[in-house]
Structure formats: C-alpha cells, structure tokens
Design a protein around this ligand. Structure first.
Ligand code: F1P
Length: 344
C-alpha cells in the first residue's frame, strides 16, 4: 500500500488530534491574536499551503467580517515593497507542512524586520526555521505527510484553520459540525472509496474541479492533487465562471468534480450543460439532491455549513487522483521532478 494511501486513510485520526491540540493551545494563540490592533489577516503559503491560505482568507471574510487576503509567499518575496504598505495593521498567518520552504522563510524574515507585524504559523514540524521566526506556531507533527503530495496535511490545515476562525467568531455550531464530520469520516471514506475506485477506471484524461466561496482554495488544492498524484492536467474554476470560457475545453475525456451548495437551479443547469458535452460528472452534495441519472453523486448524508463541506469534498479529489495513479501505473508518492518542499 502506498504512503499516500496510508496518509489519506489516517486523516480522520490526525484531524481529531489536531482539533484537540487547537483546544489546548487556543488561549495562548488568542493572546497573540488579540494583542495589538489587528485590522486584517494576511495568509501566506506556497503550493498546497497557498491553496489553504486562499480558503482561510475567504472564511475570515465570511466568519469574522474582517479584511483578509492570501498571498503566494514567492510573489510576496519578489515584490515585498509593493505589498508591504497593504500589510500595515495585519496579522500574518504563514502555512507550511515543512516549515522550511525558502520563499516563505525569506518573506517572513522581511516581514519581521518591519517590527510591528505579528506572525502566527501553522506547520507539521517541530522547531522549524519558520517556527523560530514566528510569534506563535501551531505544530502538528502527526499531520506531516511523507509523500510529496499533501493529503492528510491539507485536510488538517483546512479543518484547524476553519475551527480557529469559527472559535474567534464565536460560532460554536461550526465547531460541533466539524467534529461530527470527523467522527463520520471513516465511514464516509469507505463509502467514497468503493464508488470512486470505479470512477477512476473510466476513460477520463483531464479534470476540472468546480466550487465556490470558502471552498475556492481547498478545491484548487483538489485540482493540484491530480497534477501531483496521478500527473494528469487539471484546473479549478468557480462554478458559474466555467461557462465564461473554460467550458470550451470540457469534452468526453473530461472528469468534472463539482461541490454543489444547496441544490441551486443555476448549478443544476450548469451540470446539465456539462453532461451535454459528454463529460463525466461527480457531484458532491449534502443529501437528497435531485440530479440526472448520469451524474455520479457523492452524498455526505447530512446538511453542512458551506465551509465545513471542504473537509469531505477534498477527499473525493484525493481518492480519485490516487486510484487514477493506480489505474495508470503511476507512483502516487513521488512525482518526477517535484520535491516535498522547495529550497531555493
Ligand atoms: C509547499 C509545497 C507543497 C507541494 C510541493 C512543493 O511546501 O509547495 O505544497 O506539494 O511538494 O512544496 P510546504 O511549505 O507546505 O512545506
């Protein structure tokens, strides 16, 4: 069994540990966040970690009604003088599995030189270089993926970030929902695996992932998983935005994975239009959503807050890319020419 598979499969255990670790550290974390006058939050990361940063920025805007943005650390590193004025009054949150990615370290070093900007980090290593530079670091070594492509790691980053922002926003019902999704996770994994293994055997050769709002970043990560794990072309788009050009490239060899919200008519019409192009469609929905028979539905089984849907949704992309790698005889654990983190 590959390392990627074992990491995907053990993600619910790691999620449980990560959420209770957040509870234990919350007071200390909150004292860093609430000291000083923080008017906005800037999330930084590279690759998968940047994808998570994008979702976190949207969740901050929705849950806390606070200004928030996400930057790829490499862009910030190259253009610091352009971005620095916008970071005034910001709390910087740096996300990294390794805590060692060069662009992130160089960027955080430059930010710390300003003096007044607090840096909070989330990493899967202990006592990393990033941790030394930060005012506070959530260190979650149990979520560290050995495989090049992050699976368990990104789910833990997403859930912990979401839970932290829900706590800060006083949204206890969201925390309860996250815990429930994690408890139901192993059963959901088994149901998904059975079905998605068959979907992976269908003759699709490229992938489009569609999702909106808080799911933007995690769905972008879903698309990245296909590039890294089974090495096939993939893209992420906002749901209705796919009509504005990208739909031209959706054909019978395309697998479209869509995260539906609440059975919205516009979303359903789009699914119909995609089916007319002959594409294979996998739709994630809460439950009881009426869709054409050709749509391969993954139902979670209960209603969920939109942001919480990101936790079960990412598993669909992870399992499909893993089983496609198995189908194609590709090693899912270490794509040629990609290191687990980038050292410049
Ligand atoms: C960032 C990252 C990974 C990606 C690849 C290269 O690493 O971009 O997301 O999968 O392996 O490195 P990190 O800063 O999260 O350790």
């Amino acid at each position: 069994m590959s390392t990627t598979y074992q990491e995907m499969k053990s993600q619910y255990e790691a999620l449980k540990k990560s959420l209770s670790y957040l509870d234990e550290t919350y007071e200390d974390l909150n004292s860093v966040i609430s000291c000083g006058n923080i008017s906005k939050i800037a999330f930084l990361g590279c690759g998968s970690s940047y994808d998570i940063a994008q979702s976190m920025a949207q969740i901050t805007r929705t849950y806390l009604q606070k200004e928030a943005c996400a930057y790829p650390a490499g862009d910030l590193m190259l253009h610091m003088e352009r971005y620095l004025p916008a970071l005034k009054g910001a709390l910087v949150v740096a996300i990294s599995r390794s805590g060692s990615t060069s662009e992130l370290l160089m960027t955080v070093r430059k930010i710390k030189k300003v003096g007044s900007i607090k840096v909070l980090s989330i990493a899967c290593t202990e006592e990393s270089e990033l941790s030394k530079l930060s005012d506070f670091t959530l260190e979650m070594p149990w979520a560290f993926d050995e495989s090049v492509c992050q699976t368990r790691t990104v789910t833990c980053f997403y859930a912990v970030g979401l839970a932290l922002l829900a706590k800060l926003g006083g949204k206890k019902e969201i925390i309860d929902e996250i815990n429930e999704v994690v408890d139901l996770g192993p059963g959901y994994f088994d149901r998904c695996e059975k079905m998605l293994r068959q979907v992976a055997a269908l003759p699709w050769k490229d992938v489009v992932v569609l999702a909106d709002a808080e799911l933007e970043g995690i769905a972008g990560e879903g698309a990245l998983a296909f590039k890294e794990i089974c090495q096939i072309p993939s893209n992420y788009y906002h749901i209705l935005d796919v009509r504005h050009g990208p739909i031209v490239l959706i054909r019978s060899r395309t697998l479209v994975i869509v995260a539906l919200s609440d059975g919205n008519t516009y979303e359903k019409e789009l699914v119909n239009d995609i089916l007319k192009k002959g594409a294979h469609v996998v739709a994630f929905c809460d439950r009881d959503t009426e869709l054409p028979d050709e749509v391969m539905k993954v139902e979670f089984g209960r209603d969920l807050d939109h942001a919480v849907r990101g936790i079960p949704f990412i598993l669909i992309c992870q399992l499909l890319s893993y089983y496609k790698a198995v189908e194609n005889g590709t090693n899912p654990d270490s794509p040629d020419g990609l290191d687990p983190w980038i050292k410049l």
